[in-house]
Design a protein around this ligand. Sequence first.
Ligand SMILES: [Zn+2]
Length: 498
Amino acid sequence: MKKIFLLALCLAAFSASSQEDAQLKRQVRQAINEIRSFVKIPNDALDHADINRNLTWLEKTFNARGFNSSILATEGESLFFASLPMVDSKPTILFYMHLDGQSVDPSKWNQPDPYEVVLKSPEVDNWKNQAFEDLNEDIDYDWRLFGRSTSDDKGPIVMFLNTIDLLNENEVEIPFNIKVILDSEEERSSKPLPKAVKTYRELLEADFLVINDGPVHVSGKPTIIYGCRGITTLSLTTHGPVKPQHSGHYGNYAPNPGFQLAQVLATMKDADGRVRIEGYYDGITLDENAMSVLKSVPDDATTINTNLAIKTPEKVGTFYQEALQYPSLNIRGLGSGWIGDQARTIVPESATAELDLRLVPESDGRKLKDLVKTHIKKQGFHIMDTVPTRAQRMAHDKIMTITEGNVTDAFRTDLTNPYGDFLVNTLKTTLNEDVVQIRIMGGTVPISPFINELKIPAFIVPMVNPDNNQHSPNENLRIGQIAYGIRVFYGLLSTKMQ
Ligand SMILES: [Zn+2]
């Protein structure tokens, strides 16, 4: 009797879960159709008409799900905003995603039109085109959708919308107020955003911000990211003779700007890649809890080093995640005279190094730029922000022209935040898997001004596969990630915060 009862219980559980699976697959199938129709509308961030067509599509699609939506004018392209009817007693989540995409060069894609989604299955070393009708019987989660913004960032918007459908179908009451803000200039650094957030402050008010952009950790495991590094840039140019000179006539006589630049650059870092500029790493401490979170990320140093084909990494941190907790000082480009077949026997007139500085919350970009400039001054350089005149050249031995880029601040939400705990626990329970917690990611999402203005905890909850070719030709979205995204959104929007 007992056995039969247990068997019945197992069968019931099995059929409940297989019913859930079937329901999820049905929703994934619908999401695929919707991704195709959304991607069909080109979304080049540089094309105003494209962006407007996308806004119209979003308005229609969100409103059909019961959202109140509005198009928010900014100094640049408009933003899209939507919310469900609000209940005072519920906490409010603000979701941030973006509708614009990188420009495309169709000649570099393995399909005629990057805005016409193509379905492909993985083969050995290759991808094979498949017909969408083949998905009607069953869906293979390893197949992929290829097209611009399938992953970055239209896919997640559609996953969100299809989760709302599923919640409605299952008559789940969402224990949160929902607001959604969709950026239309993310790929152009979101310049209008800081001012727009000030203007629409009240509308955007929320208890926490969830950003669904970028890929999950390379391990493919569920991921929550607490922050991202900021960025600023410096361009350094040293000056030799006023015009390039014959190296036979003037080698050994006219000072060489390449050597001058190399000498000053060499003073900035030690042989292990650590910055030697005074104060560069000031204020950064990693407590035990932070270190244990950093160490728990399943990075494999051997894989990373093999991928990069490097023998020994720099020693800013003792491992990859630790290294990202510090500001970087990177030479992103270096140039003087000509090279390769073009090399000429000259003493060049100038040499330039382009630097980028990735920032962490402890290291203000303006301060770091000043530290670099002070350091250069200490090496005996006369610093200018223009090209020196003949008279200025003759008045100083070593001149450097420095131009500065804008600062995009870093952001990082505290690791011990109740909303962060809620997200981690919900993902863990929903997916029955450990969650990778990234304290700060290396790259820069141009939304920190936005976060700094609203002053609410922010988390990146990525949805898409790490090998999605974001920003490149053949961008793609693994269908399994659509199921993943729907499950994650469903978990978040059906779990009450304790
Ligand atoms: Zn993106």
